[in-house]
Design a protein. Structure first.
Length: 277
């Protein structure tokens, strides 16, 4: 559906904000998706367009952590369940009736807001408890972070080793292909529970799993006829600009503060969707 010039400008600004937010704290979808539906774009088409438009940002984030990714080649088999889950989630989205999806949207936004809210506490908990192979924690030779035990009892080895990650990654990818906001929090938690490694390396693996999930869903959406390409193009450019801007603002803007703002916005948007029905 064609938009007015001022509406394209509003979408572009939302994409710039989302790109910067994703670079600094995460949760950009909580800005762009409501912006698209506010322009009168049907919810399913808005979600499809949003996934395709923000894909370059995921690629950039993955490329930025290529060293952590390439050092874990033996774990890249996890991209298979991620790809399959993304396809299943995308198929479920396109098979969901527009009216039903609009009814699900406020719950999905609330879930994404909750995931974003627990992201930092979860990260701190994982940093405090991770003991990667070799005995050094996330702090390396400097020891454990202040206020956390210097060492923890090693976890018992999983019965099937890291293969246990396949099912939860697949399920997380289904959610990612269906809606996506907060996917990185879910994937990082899953990987940290199953794989014994440093949080830095797991974060790199999380990035590539999230990228492949969104890539497969986006490829599926491209042939669905539901992508609004002029809007997607404007958003993609805006998100790239916002990502670069977010990189420059790193260190000047507190990610935790920005994350709280996005959570509040997400909750407010969910309430609006509830009220509108």
């Amino acid at each position: 559906m064609p938009l007015e010039p001022l509406e394209y400008l509003a979408v572009a600004l939302a994409a710039v904000a989302a790109g910067a937010i994703n670079a600094l704290a995460g949760g950009g979808t909580l800005i762009t998706f409501p912006a698209l539906t506010a322009m009168g774009i049907p919810a399913v088409s808005a979600n499809v367009t949003n996934t395709v438009a923000l894909l370059p940002g995921y690629l950039g984030a993955t490329f930025a952590q290529k060293e952590e990714v390439l050092s874990q080649r033996r774990r890249l088999w996890l991209l298979l369940p991620a790809a399959l889950g993304g396809l299943v989630g995308g198929l479920l989205l396109l098979r969901t009736d527009e009216k039903l999806f609009r009814q699900l949207v406020p719950f999905l936004i609330l879930l994404a807001s909750l995931l974003l809210a627990v992201q930092e506490p979860l990260r701190r908990r994982l940093v405090g408890k991770r003991q990667p192979s070799g005995g050094a924690g996330e702090q390396g030779s400097r020891g454990a972070p202040e206020g956390t035990p210097a060492s923890l009892p090693p976890r018992p080895p999983a019965l099937l080793g890291e293969a246990w990650a396949a099912l939860p990654v697949f399920l997380a990818a289904i959610y990612g292909g269906y809606f996506g906001a907060g996917l990185s929090v879910i994937v990082l938690a899953v990987l940290a529970l199953v794989i014994d490694d440093s949080l830095t390396r797991l974060n790199g693996l999380k990035q590539v799993v999230g990228f492949v999930t969104n890539l497969t869903a986006a490829l599926f959406f491209v042939f669905s006829g539901r992508v609004i390409w002029p809007v997607a193009a404007v958003m993609a450019v805006g998100a790239l600009i916002g990502g670069a801007l977010g990189g420059r603002l790193a260190g000047r803007v507190a990610p935790a503060t920005l994350r709280r703002v996005v959570v509040v916005i997400g909750i407010a948007v969910a309430i609006i969707y509830f009220v509108r029905g």
